[in-house]
Design a protein. Structure first.
Length: 291
């Protein structure tokens, strides 16, 4: 049994990455990985030549079931839905590598996950498996229970949607750090003119309170409205503490205020303008022991 555990453990991080990109929820991704382990532990895999591929297929099928069920649950969700953020603390936020970039293939950005959430379950599975993890279409087809040609078409449609709708720009960490420093200074100082200079004209702000914490029920569009919204948040809260952290691979903010917490992710263009602001306030999607 120890060998079986070791063999599965070698692929656990990969399987979590697959599941998280498909589901946008760390808790659901962890549940899927656990289910994949149970399937593996109870299966005869003596004839399996590529365990990683076999486990990826199993994980993809489990995620497909989850995505189909989630469509019903989302209809009853209160306000905008945002992914459950992956937060990593920085040992020294002031020390960022100017050359460090987050590649699209390795990215789990909020902006990308929001676009993926607009796809059909089949399109999302096909795109994540093929375009993100380079799984051959024959294996994608086996996961979806379809033909390789149909799997190719599903991935192609998803790819077009991602190209047309994704607001995220790959920006180096040094620029991200500079923008976030200016953003927090402008917001804390109530300087709307400085804030407007940092926001793209078509910036969008999302807030996910899940009906538990007060948050805007609809996305806020445009630099002027987003700027006033951000300043309003700062005026209404007391004892705000802000920490720069990695949020889904990019620099973001962990905010503690009035006994509550929020995680803010950002989309930042190469020119240094904020194109998206993603505020996760739903306690069910925040692990406070980690932030």
């Amino acid at each position: 049994m120890g060998v079986v555990v070791d063999q599965f453990s070698a692929h656990r991080d990969h399987l979590f990455g697959v599941a998280y990109r498909m589901l946008g929820s760390r808790a659901d991704a962890e549940d899927v990985v656990q289910d994949a382990w149970l399937r593996y532990a109870g299966a005869d895999t003596s004839g399996v030549t590529d365990l990683r591929a076999w486990l990826t297929t199993v994980t993809g099928r489990l995620c497909l079931d989850q995505l189909r069920a989630a469509k019903v649950r989302r209809e009853a969700y209160v306000g905008p839905w945002l992914p459950e953020p992956l937060v990593e603390r920085l040992p020294d936020p002031s020390q960022v590598d100017p050359g460090e970039r987050v590649s699209f293939r390795d990215s789990v950005s909020m902006a990308l996950l929001l676009v993926l959430d607009s796809l059909t379950p089949e399109q999302r599975v096909a795109f994540v498996l093929h375009d993100v993890f380079a799984v051959p279409f024959a294996e994608v087809a086996a996961t979806l229970g379809t033909t390789p040609e149909n799997a190719r078409q599903l991935a192609s449609r998803a790819r077009r949607a991602v190209t047309d709708g994704e607001r995220r720009h790959t920006t180096d960490r040094a620029l991200q750090a500079s923008v976030l420093t200016a953003f927090t200074a402008a917001a804390a100082g109530g300087d709307i003119e400085a804030l407007l200079k940092l926001l793209a004209p078509d910036v969008v702000a999302f807030g996910d309170g899940g009906g538990v914490v007060s948050a805007a029920r609809r996305p806020i569009l445009g630099a002027s409205d987003v700027a006033r919204f951000v300043l309003g948040l700062y005026r209404r809260t007391a004892d705000v503490s802000i920490e720069v952290a990695l949020v889904n691979g990019d620099l973001g903010l962990v905010v503690h205020f009035d006994g509550a917490a929020a995680v803010a992710g950002f989309g930042i263009s190469p020119s240094g303008l904020i194109t998206g602001l993603y505020n996760q306030l739903n306690p069910a999607k925040l692990s406070l022991d980690e932030i």
